[in-house]
Design a binder for this molecule. Structure first.
Ligand code: ARG
Length: 454
């Protein structure tokens, strides 16, 4: 393309080192779209005659078909998808094709392709999040009153409802949906017309380009448009945080499916066996989702580091952004869909969950009981702590202490303490908004459904 300036061919090793076609070919359909719109814009300012634009559009249609069918003839020398398409167009249309790059640079072209591509992926991610949200609601509804131990530090803390646990993920996901919607607004801006950096010197109708390509606005500054990748990094950041969220669900469910917990059975379709041990059923799907979250954190780090220290405007370093962005997408989108299926088809074991709740998790309620009787919480905490200590020593549950024993810790204990020491009572006491009480969670479930209707 730039043979005019050079008297030597590129070094073969450098040529293969610098190509991006191997990964940016996924932008091909968007590059065709951009070429189509750009050709029409050139026609409007007289670069293509009526006959020529018809020819160019016809050949671009043909190229689209070749790409779709996998018969597009890529050449060894095609550095990236933009050059491959322009080369092919010129092969097919001759001198006419050689005018397509008038007033355009690959710098504004590549970001335009990326805006289009990421808008599509953004919507796909929103769809997947919505589907997972619906599945979480269904499962929560099914397990509205299933009790399990709630943990902090992986130590049993207080009893909670499984529905409450599932809805915790639901609400986190709603924040991600919102972040994606906001990111979409920033992606919905047309960079084309920015040229290499200073803006095209041809009076390209950018509003026309925007409407052809489905953008709401045109970028207000050509340097801004070709230099920065913050909107792409933001998108990758949101997706990476989704990976992290999925990883935390995976970690819980891996534990829960173990023999020690036995809270759930994972679907066979998302489990693997062992090449050696016939009895094994391993949660590899969830482990890989956890593993891919690590990869995504690395890619996000790479994106941030890639951009820091670059002088304005475009630098070739930025070609590497796609490697990381595409990897982030490929790691998280399937994971989202797989997690949805796992949530939908796993079997919970409410009996095991309930049996696993250690009755020490009612210790906070015992302290709260004393508060109700007038004791300051800090003192109540010490009293119940002593009762727990005795139970630990004597291998007893809190519920097994007699009233006389309770009274040795505090005279405030009366017969009614026993009514406080049940899972149901503990949950009932948490019916404030946002709590794990059954009435609260019922309300929460309605709110969740309302959120999806909006
Ligand atoms: N493949 C390049 C990229 O992805 C396209 C832009 C090349 N621009 C340049 N001035 N060399 O960044």
């Amino acid at each position: 393309m730039w043979s005019g300036r050079f008297s030597e061919n590129p070094d073969a090793l450098f040529e293969s080192f610098s190509e991006s076609l191997s990964f940016d070919r996924r932008l091909a359909p968007f590059d065709v779209q951009v070429n189509r719109a750009y050709a029409k814009a050139l026609h409007r300012i007289g670069i293509f005659s009526d006959a020529e634009i018809t020819l160019v559009l016809k050949h671009l249609d043909h190229i689209a078909i070749e790409l779709e069918a996998g018969t597009f003839p890529f050449n060894r020398g095609d550095e990236d998808i933009h050059m491959a398409l322009e080369r092919r167009l010129t092969e097919l249309a001759g001198a006419v094709g050689a005018r397509i790059h008038t007033g355009r640079s690959r710098n504004d072209q590549v970001v335009t392709d990326m805006h289009l591509y990421l808008k599509t992926v953004n919507q796909e991610a929103q769809k997947a999040l919505r589907a997972l949200s619906e599945t979480l609601i269904e499962k929560a509804e099914h397990h509205l009153t299933t009790v399990l131990p709630g943990y902090t530090h992986l130590q049993q803390a207080q009893p909670i409802l499984l529905s409450h646990y599932l809805l915790a993920f639901f609400w986190a996901i709603q924040r991600f949906r919102q972040r994606l919607e906001e990111n979409f607004v920033r992606l919905d801006v047309l960079p084309l017309g920015s040229g290499a950096l200073a803006g095209s010197a041809f009076p390209i109708d950018r509003a026309f380009l925007a409407s052809e390509l489905g953008f709401t606005r045109v970028s207000p500054n050509s340097l801004d448009a070709v230099s920065f990748r913050d909107t792409f990094t933001e998108f990758s950041g949101v997706l990476t945080q989704i990976s992290v969220l999925l990883s935390r669900l995976s970690e819980d469910w891996i534990l829960w499916s173990s023999q020690e917990f036995g809270f759930l059975t994972l679907p066979d379709a998302f489990s693997t066996g062992s090449s050696m041990m016939p009895q094994k059923k391993n949660p590899d799907s969830l482990e890989l989702i956890r593993g891919k979250a690590a990869s995504n954190a690395g890619h996000l780090q790479a994106l941030l580091t890639l951009e820091k220290g670059l002088p304005l405007s475009y630098n070739r370093d930025l070609q590497e952004d796609k490697l990381h962005i595409f990897s982030v997408i490929d790691n998280v989108l399937p994971a989202l869909k797989i997690v949805r299926k796992i949530v939908a088809t796993s079997t919970f074991h409410p009996e095991q969950m309930k049996e696993a709740v250690h009755l020490f998790t009612l210790a906070t309620d015992a302290a709260d009981y004393l508060v109700e009787k007038g004791l300051p919480f800090r003192e109540a905490h010490v009293v119940v702590g002593q009762a727990v200590q005795k139970c630990v020593r004597e291998k007893q549950n809190l519920t097994e202490l007699t009233l006389e024993e309770w009274k040795t810790f505090s005279p405030l204990f009366e017969e009614d303490i026993f009514g406080w020491l049940t899972l149901a009572h503990s949950l009932e006491r948490r019916n404030l908004p946002g709590g794990t009480g059954p009435k609260s969670v019922q309300t929460q479930l309605e709110q969740a459904k309302e959120q999806l209707r909006k």
